[in-house]
Design a protein around this ligand. Structure first.
Ligand code: ZN
Ligand code: ZN
Length: 429
């Protein structure tokens, strides 16, 4: 008796979690068009905060699909926000970035980028070597399908196409006072979350070294924070044989660099996570027999915990300044705040994996933190959100090149999975 009662209930709950029967055919129908669209974006890359042609293309596609479009964001003029079901509440946002990198593409693809542009006033080759071309194409594919079936969608859906995930490409951060924000930060500052009362944001990043169609999702920290700094040490130049008459800027800078590593070993709570300080550039001095009066160094700061990040950002200027002062020198330190830790809401991450699996997608919870950073973190600071990794490796390809490499290649077979991931995040809630 009991079995007879329970079986239909169990069966019906499985049916509810299943993929609507029209999803496969809709994705199949649109697949070649989305691949072609990805190749179009790939051949027409634009750098952060210069994405005007990309913006026009996205607007055209969204409008053609009958999706309301909002532009003219104060801090993100090249952003495009699509709004589906504007009259409905319970808003969920799906996010794609739009910008390319100042890298000369070195693949043999027939749609390889040959474009040039200006990166901080210098002419450079540009290419989509982080895969944001795929992000745009996949989200546009999902948007087109959702627009066609909008009556079956219970939510207001916000499609975020944001500029400058890789940072602003117009200004040098160390030479500019009011540096334009990255796209996510700019939109958050412009009040996008409050304007649409966004409940969750979901984002996908295509990843090399993961096979095409495989999905990995982290619970908690998904990616690290990233910040930068420049330090100037102002001493007093002197004859190299008469050090008592000057203040040695190179020796002072060297001491400061060594002392900074003790911030990691003595100031941060290493039970919470990790931190990295790397000085990657150091210049100073004029001649071997002249004691230098000026030195400067640049570095990067990474962490996987917000508390550790905070300690590093506070202690680095202190240690440099006090070390300089102890030597009789002065220090000027400029910190560039780049991106916070990207944090996936653990419950929502678990739900996302279960939900994707119920559509027969190859998703799993992962402990893989690729070590990079993302401005998706700004949305995730506001509302529970999930940032997902989608594999793009062709199984027959050897010597896989990482994202940001000049040989980075996306296997187009992954795109249909990306479209389904976006659809799943909306249709399963
Ligand atoms: Zn990137
Ligand atoms: Zn990226």
């Amino acid at each position: 008796m009991i079995i007879k009662v329970l079986t239909p209930l169990l069966f019906s709950s499985l049916i509810l979690a299943n993929m609507p029967e029209w999803v496969d055919s809709e994705v199949e129908q649109i697949n070649q068009e989305i691949i072609a669209l990805r190749h179009y974006f790939h051949q027409n890359p634009e750098l952060g905060n210069q994405e005007t042609n990309t913006q026009a293309k996205i607007i055209e596609i969204l409008k053609d699909s009958g999706i309301e479009v909002q532009t003219n964001w104060k801090n993100a003029p090249t952003a495009v926000i699509g709004i589906l079901n504007p009259q409905k509440g319970d808003t969920i946002a799906l996010r794609s970035d739009m910008d390319a990198l100042p890298i000369k593409e070195n693949t043999n693809l027939d749609y390889a980028s040959k474009k040039e542009g200006l990166y901080r006033n210098q002419k450079t080759f540009i290419s989509h070597m982080c895969g944001h071309d795929a992000h745009m194409a996949m989200l546009l594919g999902a948007a087109k399908i959702m627009a066609k079936h909008k009556d079956k969608i219970n939510h207001r859906v916000i499609f975020i196409f944001q500029p400058a995930e890789e940072g602003d490409s117009l200004y040098d951060p160390f030479k500019t006072e009011n540096l334009p924000s990255s796209g996510a930060k700019a939109l958050v500052e412009d009040g996008i979350m409050e304007k649409y009362q966004i409940k969750h944001v979901f984002g996908i990043h295509v990843m090399a070294n993961l096979k095409a169609g495989e999905i990995l999702i982290r619970k908690g920290v998904a990616l690290n924070s990233s910040d930068g700094f420049k330090a100037e040490i102002i001493g007093k130049q002197s004859h190299g044989a008469m050090p008592q008459n000057g203040v040695d800027a190179i020796l002072t800078a060297a001491n400061a660099i060594t002392s900074m590593q003790q911030i990691i070993s003595r100031n941060i709570d290493l039970t919470k996570g990790m931190g990295v300080i790397t000085v990657g550039k150091f210049t100073g001095g004029e001649a071997p027999n002249v004691m230098s009066g000026y030195a400067e160094f640049f570095g990067t700061i990474r962490s996987n915990h917000p508390d550790i990040r905070e300690t590093l950002l506070k202690r680095i200027p202190e240690v440099i300044t006090y070390t300089a002062n102890a030597a009789g020198a002065k220090a000027k330190v400029k910190i560039i705040h780049v991106y916070p830790v990207t944090y996936n809401d653990p419950k929502l991450a678990s739900w996302a994996v279960k939900s994707l699996k119920s559509w027969n997608l190859n998703a799993s919870i992962s402990d893989w933190n690729p070590g990079a950073s993302e401005d998706f973190s700004f949305y995730a600071q506001k509302v529970p959100s999930v940032f997902m990794f989608l594999g793009i490796d062709n199984p027959n390809q050897k010597d896989i090149a990482n994202n940001h490499s000049d040989k980075f290649i996306i296997d187009d077979s992954a795109l249909s999975t990306g479209i389904k991931m976006h659809l799943n995040m909306i249709l399963s809630q």
